[in-house]
Design a protein around this ligand. Structure first.
Ligand code: NAD
Ligand code: UDP
Length: 351
């Protein structure tokens, strides 16, 4: 946790959009555990309210939740007028890179218009502390690794462009002259590759249909739900020929959000930081670690490269350490162990 901030979340009220999703559900659990009041908002387009029961069980407390779309200004007005909100963490977005290329308007409308509608209502209710889910995808194909926040920004997909637009909107807002001393303070958090699950095995990632991402696919092969993993490309210019990414444990990612939130509530300045471990892991290393720590088999074959994949990127996480006192603590073995515990705890997750 942020070692520097003296702020506690006790008795603060945070609006969390996209709260029923993968990262939202883990973040709500930790906010509640730290005494924060949470107002959860989601339209369940990629999740289910079922998860709230499990969060309440883990946190030992209840919280308010609302079914609403962030583009529905009237619904947001109602939420803001019913609750005295101190800050907002905005997770709600569509997140598939490939889908965004096929449905650009859907992504622009949901992710960019959704952000604008939310910001206007927050402004009206004087809520100016805002944590935004950005992504390492804003770096495109980085010229050098590790990637620092100062690297060239170049989103290659519509999804990535919605994150860049979101960051740009928020940067302009934070730079606007203060009105009645109500300056916007924004934390844009660029996530690398979040994986794993809550150590209890009670909540985790629940992809609908065939998983796009590596870890959920590996988990489903290990569970016998799919016959084998296809490794997309074995001839990249990396040490073992497979792509390198910076996988970060979901609990570390959550702690990064809490550190950023405390920083803003403390009166800290707006910031943009990477949330990654600083370590690169290849597809083969991830599969081998998963097999080794969990004692399972994961058959795989090499397949053609996936269009749009970048050979390697991993974070320079030093700015988050300097500004927030945050750094990732879990290693790849922890990520694989916790991911597998979650997979095993759900009856629907087995063959
Ligand atoms: P998720 O799909 O599990 O969660 C997103 C939640 O937002 C879902 O519950 C969905 O129902 C909800 N939602 C979407 N559009 C909405 C709308 N218009 N109104 C209300 N609710 C809406 O995704 P996640 O992995 O938890 O991602 C959370 C955020 O982090 C997203 O903004 C995503 O772009 C970003 N991000 C995720 C990753 C990753 O690998 N998971 C990486 C980088 C950035
Ligand atoms: N990958 C793979 N097989 C899969 C899914 C992913 O080989 O079934 C590879 C993918 O090509 C990439 C890495 O695993 O090199 C991480 O992919 P993921 O989609 O999880 O993250 P992203 O590419 O968005 O960083």
């Amino acid at each position: 946790m942020n070692a520097w901030s003296q702020t506690t979340l006790d008795h603060r009220t945070v609006l969390v959009t996209g709260a029923a999703g993968y990262i939202g559900s883990h973040t709500v659990t930790e906010l509640l555990r730290q005494g924060c009041r949470v107002v959860a908002l989601d339209n369940y387009c990629n999740s289910s309210p079922e998860v709230y029961r499990r969060i309440e069980g883990l946190a030992g407390t209840t919280f308010a939740h609302v079914e609403a779309d962030v583009r529905d200004g009237a619904a947001l007005e109602k939420v803001l007028s019913n609750h005295d909100i101190d800050a907002c963490i905005h997770f709600a977005a569509l997140k598939s890179v490939s889908d965004s290329i096929i449905h650009p308007l859907r992504y622009l409308d949901n992710n960019v218009r959704g952000l604008l509608v939310l910001l206007r209502v927050l402004q009206r209710y004087h809520v100016h502390r805002f944590v935004f889910s950005s992504s390492a995808t804003v770096y495109g194909d980085p010229v050098r690794v590790p990637v620092a926040e100062s690297a060239v920004l170049n989103a290659t997909s519509v999804y990535g462009a919605t994150k860049l637009m979101g960051e740009d909107i928020l940067r302009r807002l934070a730079a606007a002259p203060a009105e009645l001393e109500e300056t916007w303070r924004v934390a844009a958090l660029r996530y690398f590759n979040p994986v794993g699950a809550h150590p209890s095995g009670q909540i985790g990632e629940e992809p609908l249909g065939i998983p796009n991402n590596l870890m959920p696919y590996v988990m489903q092969v290990a569970a016998g739900l799919r016959p084998k993993l296809s490794i997309f490309g074995g001839d990249y210019p990396t040490p073992d020929g497979t792509c390198v990414r910076d996988y970060i444990h979901i609990q570390d990612l959550v702690e990064g959000h809490l550190a950023a939130l405390k920083h803003l509530l403390d009166g800290g300045a707006s910031l943009t930081v990477n949330l990654g471990t600083g370590r690169g892991t290849s597809v083969r290393q991830l599969v081998e670690t998963f097999v080794q720590v969990n004692g399972v088999t994961v058959p795989y074959e090499f397949a053609a490269r996936r269009p749009g994949d970048v050979a390697q990127y991993f974070a320079d996480p030093s700015r988050a350490r300097e500004l927030l006192g945050w750094q990732a603590r879990h290693d790849l073995a922890d990520m694989c162990r916790d991911a597998w515990r979650w997979q095993c705890s759900q009856p629907q997750n087995h063959a």
